[in-house]
Write a protein of this length. Sequence first.
Length: 492
Amino acid sequence: MNLSDLLKSLPFYKLSHSSNPEILSLENDHRQVQEGSLFICIKGYTFDGHTVAQEAVNRGARAILAEQPVKVEGAPVITVTDTKKAMAILADFYYGSPTSKMKLVGITGTNGKTTTSHLLTEIYKEAGETTGLIGTMYMKIGEEVINTKNTTPESLTLQKTFKKMKDNDVTAAVMEVSSHSLVEGRVWGCDYDVAVFTNLTQDHLDYHHTMEEYRRAKGLLFAQLGNTYSTDKPKFAVLNEDEEATVFYKKETAAHIVTYGIDHEAMFRATDIKLTSKGTEFLLCYPEGSRKVETKLAGKFNVYNVLAALAAAYAGGVEVETAVRAIERIEGVAGRFELVTNDQGIAVIVDYAHTPDSLVNVLKTVQPLTEGRVFAIVGCGGDRDRTKRPIMASVACKYATNAIFTSDNPRSEDPATILNDMEAGVTGELYEVIPDRREAIFYAIEHAQPGDAVVIAGKGHETYQIIGDKVLDFDDREVAKEALSSRKKEAN
């Protein structure tokens, strides 16, 4: 595509000179620039792409997009007021607006995004769709897995990924949408058909500062569904009727609304919930009737995830019977209430729970599953919301018999500082402090007896630990297996 054709998508810009090179790729990382690239200068928190514009030209860039004056030789400069917004517009245009040609579901909320997105993906597969998935754990195009750095990538990466999905015949894509990405405009250009809200509890206040701002950020997904009523591509907001924020989101969106819930009347409602040895069963009430649902996922919080997926699938045109059939065959999601199997009579559970609410959910779900004690291994991430640290510690002490505080991903912070913040919330309570996460896991498993449960919270599917500027190999599940093996050897 020639530069002049590409720039037809931008209504306002200033061009330094009238050369018209062929643009073979769009890049916002100067290290990825190749011959024929348009390099987009993005001003980030720690790095400003404008400072490497000439280097990008030296690497082969044939045009530069900037929002402030840059001096380069050998390429035209396109100046706009906002390069992030222009990047989203150009990416959507360059890659042929791929999301307008597939079903696209966006899922936002504090907890449950990953599980709900995986459940919905499996439902779409059951319905005969070729699926794509973008989320915390990875991106998937069909069965191809691609590693990701952020829950929601930048707009350029997103549109490039959606184009690849379209080229691989993907007909339905499901993605997690973080509050950060909504505020930063990463999902501009995504043509969502269905937007799903799971829940809103304390998290990311280091970024949003207040719960009101956090709520507003999530609301952008529903406000941006549009203001028209197309019968060819209708828009749906799927909202949790048991959440207070839903009242706000109903006013934010012009889209058709589908509700789900447990405690309040909703279009999709679960009643008669029972925890079983195989998972959870409940009676599903939906617009056309009711039926029993059995899922291998445990706990009330997972019933919400199932309801969200069923309601979203219904909004997307999937029959309830088809959706339930998929739900009932799903074994689980990695790092989400994942059992580490063993023959020692100890329930070892790894879960991504890293917010107070998610930790409450996991520990309350574990309690009826065990006759003995509940060991809770809990840490908090460094360089993140400090206000939730004492709350996390308080939750561990309240809902577990044996709380163990340890490191999560301390990043640039001193682990001792993080642990001190946690301890401030549990004055007078009994707990252990073991800064080394591996030692903490070994300690809990060594002291557990048959009938006890060990919950390892915070990292879930992650296979690394970030300490300082180092990313170290660390998988809670593998460490737990080592500890179980060591315990068995000592017993023999």
